[in-house]
Design a protein around this ligand. Structure first.
Ligand SMILES: Cc1cc2nc3c(=O)[nH]c(=O)nc-3n(C[C@H](O)[C@H](O)[C@H](O)COP(=O)(O)OP(=O)(O)OC[C@H]3O[C@@H](n4cnc5c(N)ncnc54)[C@H](O)[C@@H]3O)c2cc1C
Length: 600
């Protein structure tokens, strides 16, 4: 590379990196420095690329960066840039509490009655999440049929780009020691590996508490190889019949910009060029169905022309239930998101988040401005206690006022939470409408399978031991019994499920009544059901799905490491060869195909 070019590339990259960190800049300022990122309304009405990646999320960003090394890639993201609300860990709950149309988090409530959120921003879920970074187990990697060597090098690529070793504050250190005392052994120290025992894992928050997101991967893209369009909502994948090919072939996509203008992007003629769906667990099955690939009767009920009757699209969707307990602390507690995990042999994973007034605006000014009090807010609670017609903004405001008047020491402490392995229980996704911006209907069927409930009960029993441990004594009131702590948390209405007040103290009922999400939902385009081992969609060509929707079970204790790794691994080796074959060799050997012969 010429020295002049090299330095301007370095400048662009430095500007990009810097920009992602500078929260004070407006989106206009940021975009001016990001040459390869544009708003959808500034894009041409028709364009051509080797790869079209739908969804600039946790998998989509590393994937697009990797593919751009040897090809021309377009990354289409329906949200905006990751900045403001998401940059510091103190703001963890802000985005989740923002229910506006501009929010980077799109709230949805599953048919089970659990409040949930999906990303709507460049960087996807990595812009909203609690930051904990931990790999999948070696057994998971084997079962997935992945090449362990490639998996490890891809994880390392991810870790070099955005993973940090956390500074562990006293509350998290006490949780670690308490888990060891409770028998979740051995002490595995600091490691990314998924091994039974207690460990400190990685984090995508740096030591100043600033979040690094999957959008950071884009700085590894080849300049000139990547175009990113923001606010580009894909409504449909285009398919055509091709002579000699028994299946419909994907050849492009349609997206709508914020002004309502439709744009079309087509694949170039390279034999290996592809559309890749990375729109997440809700978005990928939804877009397949909107494009005519899905269960025939369901699609027909929505007036969608059926291209391939694929009954498994949207099936096998699961969300690992999270149950938490709030432990009031007699001493002030610093803010921390997940840093420590206890991996029990029975398949429950114990983690914790802490902070005096966790999720509650601290200063008076911030309180006045606050839209609500965060994840465990009275507004969330209100949804559970009030019949839907009474959930008015005024009622929410009154609840928020009541919360403001409470003694702030009431919120001093932390949440110990558990997630279960798997889960075994699963549900499905169905379209509510043909609007790609609307949430589909999602059913997770929490605890339908007894194995899940048994795991949860074991996790609750482990948390009880943690609360009673010597190691955790500084962070619990001496006169607070375990029963009273659980009973207080059981009365906190965190979901829309009916309560069983009298039974809430049995661990089984506690698990069912206080179920929340840990946002690790997955499935809907599972390997073996909707996509093959190479993540190609059955029944069509030139279309893959690469994101959390392909998982049967959630990997590791927390999935983002493996989602990012997946975005890297599948094309790491192949992309270079594909480029040479498809873009240089094939066009010379074969005459160009008529384009596009007939569209669906
Ligand atoms: C609040 C929260 C806390 C979490 N905590 C952790 C944690 O601590 N550790 C951990 O490992 N994991 C955590 N997770 C889970 C993890 O972040 C997700 O599993 C992961 O981000 C999923 O990645 P994905 O690529 O499948 O989807 P996403 O990252 O959601 O990406 C999908 C992208 O597609 C875009 N999209 C969807 N539809 C369209 C369309 N029609 N057109 C254009 N674009 C579209 C979306 O806007 C989004 O950006 C958490 C998640 C959340 C929400």
């Amino acid at each position: 590379m010429a020295p002049g070019l090299a330095s301007s590339v370095a400048l662009v990259l430095a500007a990009f990196l810097g920009c992602l960190c500078l929260v004070a800049l407006s989106e206009d300022d940021l975009l001016e420095n990001l040459r390869f990122v544009r708003r959808a309304q500034d894009a041409p009405l028709v364009s051509h690329y080797n790869y079209i990646v739908i969804g600039g999320g946790t998998a989509g960003c590393p994937l697009a960066a990797t593919l751009s090394e040897h090809s021309r890639v377009l990354l289409l993201e329906r949200g905006g840039l990751p900045y403001r609300n998401m940059s510091n860990q103190q703001h963890f709950t802000d985005a989740l509490a923002d229910t506006s149309l501009a929010s980077p988090a799109q709230r949805f409530i599953s048919e089970d009655g659990v409040v949930n959120a999906r990303a709507r921003v460049l960087g996807g879920g990595s812009c909203l999440n609690a930051g904990f970074y931990t790999r999948a187990s070696t057994q998971y990697v084997q079962a997935a049929g992945w090449d362990a060597r490639l998996v490890n090098s891809s994880y390392r690529w991810v870790e070099r780009a955005l993973v940090f070793r956390p500074d562990v504050p006293p509350w998290q250190a006490a949780l670690r020691d308490a888990l060891l005392e409770a028998g979740v052994t051995p002490d595995n120290g600091f490691t990314f590996d998924h091994v039974p025992g207690t460990k400190i894992g990685g984090t995508i928050f740096d030591n100043n508490g600033e979040r690094h997101t999957a959008a950071d991967f884009l700085r590894h893209a080849r300049p000139g190889g990547l175009t990113v369009l923001l606010y580009a909502t894909v409504s449909r994948i285009l398919f055509r019949q091709q002579e000699g090919v028994p299946y419909p072939v994907a050849y492009g996509v349609v997206f709508t910009d914020p002004l309502g203008v439709q744009h079309r992007v087509y694949l170039r003629d390279g034999a290996k060029d592809e559309v890749i769906l990375s729109a997440g667990t809700l978005g990928s099955p939804q877009l397949l169905m909107l494009s005519g690939v899905g269960p025939q009767t369901h699609l027909e009920a929505h007036g969608i022309q059926v291209l391939v009757d694929q009954p498994m699209v949207g099936q096998g969707v699961a969300d690992n239930p999270m149950n938490s307990v709030f432990i009031p602390s007699p001493v002030p507690v610093g803010l921390s998101l997940v840093q420590v995990v206890g991996i029990t042999k029975s398949g429950s994973f114990i983690e914790g988040v802490s902070g005096s007034e966790f999720g509650i605006p601290v200063s008076e000014g911030a309180r006045r401005l606050a839209r609500n009090f965060g994840m465990f807010s009275p507004q969330t609670g209100q949804l559970g206690t009030l019949p839907p017609r009474q959930r008015t903004p005024e009622a929410l405001q009154r609840a928020a006022e009541a919360m403001r008047r409470l003694d702030r020491r009431a919120f001093r402490g932390g949440f110990i939470l558990e997630k279960i392995l798997g889960p075994v229980s699963s549900g499905h996704i169905e379209l509510r409408s043909v609007d790609p911006r609307a949430n589909p209907a999602v059913t997770f069927n929490y605890f339908q399978d007894k194995e899940d409930l048994d795991r949860c009960v074991h996790g609750i029993e482990t948390i009880e031991k943690v609360i009673q441990s010597r190691a955790f004594a500084n962070f619990t009131y001496a006169n607070a019994s375990v029963e009273s702590i659980f009973s207080d948390s059981a009365n906190f209405p965190v979901n829309l499920l009916p309560r069983h007040v009298n039974d809430s103290r049995t661990p089984q009922q506690y698990c069912k009544d206080t179920v929340m999400t840990i946002w690790h939902y997955h499935g809907g385009c599972q390997v073996g059901a909707v996509v093959d081992d190479d993540y190609r969609v059955f029944g069509v060509q030139r279309l893959r799905v690469i994101d959390s929707s392909t998982f049967k079970y959630s990997p590791g204790t927390n999935p983002q490491a493996t989602v990012m790794m997946l975005g890297r691994i599948l094309h790491e080796v192949a992309s270079h060869l594909c480029h040479i074959i498809s873009n240089e060799l094939l066009p010379v050997l074969f005459p160009k195909l008529p384009y596009p012969p007939h569209a669906f």
